[in-house]
Design a protein around this ligand. Structure first.
Ligand code: PSU
Ligand code: MN
Length: 310
């Protein structure tokens, strides 16, 4: 399969895909909008190293100078990390405008999924998914990450959704959108900083081989939705629910006072939670991203092994 003409892969990604070797997609909004500089760039590099050491080629995805890039060079990571929130946060609806204007776009989960699928990459690791925001009944703020999960066949590994969102409504929306939600080695849907949320996952899977079977089964049926794989933050790194809950409430109240809405809400809340936890939430965020990259690499490897046997 040749690469979509609009996409520019790195040499290593192009070669890996051409030879049927495993590739793991990674997003870039987490770099520009999800963490402060320079932790963001350091984390992005460390995540790529974890993926490579797992025998998988990393493909961090972003739009640079109007070109969707599948895999970034070191100086690209630096550019995105340093520019931070001055880069456009690009979901799927923003792709065409950013490309047409020749600008830079840091891709969200939704946009990264779409570009990964166009490039022929089926597994993607991130930190947290977007979902149904608290108060969505009046704000109608529901992340396009859910829309994309419902229509693009990429397996997305996350640490669940933060309780800055309405977790119950997010799970309901994923049911309606026919998105399989899988808890990896957990009965409970994790809530990003915490291993628990009070909500059960519809499906629990305990091994990477069984995750690969599930992803294959979805693909074999021609169901075009993705798969949401929820991987809890490692126990030693978690911030327990009872400790983070009040902090999130404070951050949400601060957001209301400042009148922040729409696509700016998640970046604002993440930054405010880092301040309110004295940096502890950033440490947790970095740990869960690395943990997801490890599982993503393992899953990409398992799927590639099945595919080369065919
Ligand atoms: N949650 C995080 N960190 C992030 C994001 C979400 O803990 O960086 C980013 C992801 O890129 C996600 C996006 O796809 O925010 C969702 O934004 P919105 O709700 O505007 O769709
Ligand atoms: Mn939104």
């Amino acid at each position: 399969m040749s690469m979509h003409p609009r996409l520019r892969p790195t040499d290593e990604v192009r070669d890996a895909l051409a030879e049927g070797r495993p590739v793991l997609a990674l997003e870039s909004t987490i770099i520009s909008h999800g963490m402060p500089y320079p932790d963001n760039v350091r984390t992005a590099r460390e995540v790529e190293t974890i993926v490579r050491e797992g025998g998988v080629t990393p493909a961090t995805i972003a739009v640079l100078d109007g070109v969707p890039r599948i895999g970034l060079e070191d100086d690209d990571l630096e550019l995105l990390g340093k520019a931070g929130q001055s880069v456009t946060k690009a979901s799927v609806r923003d792709l065409a405008p950013v490309i047409a204007s020749g600008g830079h776009g840091a891709t969200t989960v939704a946009a990264t999924m779409r570009l990964a699928a166009l490039a022929g990459i089926g597994v993607f690791a991130t930190g947290g998914l977007g979902g149904v925001h608290r108060g969505a009944a009046t704000s109608m703020d529901v992340s396009a990450d859910l829309t994309e999960l419902s229509r693009t066949p990429v397996a997305v590994i996350s640490a669940g959704v933060k309780s800055i969102l309405d977790i119950g409504l997010t799970l309901e929306a994923m049911e309606t959108l026919s998105i399989p939600v899988v808890g990896y080695q957990t009965d409970e849907f994790p809530s990003f900083y915490s291993r628990s949320s009070g909500y059960a996952v519809p499906t629990r899977v305990d091994t990477v081989a069984n995750l690969a079977r599930l992803v294959r089964a979805q693909r074999d049926l021609g169901i075009t939705a993705g798969v949401s794989i929820a991987n809890p933050i490692p126990a030693g790194d978690e911030i327990p629910e009872h400790r983070i809950a009040g902090i999130i409430d404070t951050a949400l109240a601060d957001m209301d006072v400042r009148g922040i809405t729409g696509k700016d809400t998640t970046p604002f809340l993440l930054g405010r939670v880092v301040e309110l936890t004295g940096g502890a939430s950033l440490t947790a965020n970095i740990a869960l991203v690395k943990n997801n990259a490890q599982l993503g690499a393992d899953l990409a490897l398992a799927l590639a092994a099945v595919e080369t046997q065919e």
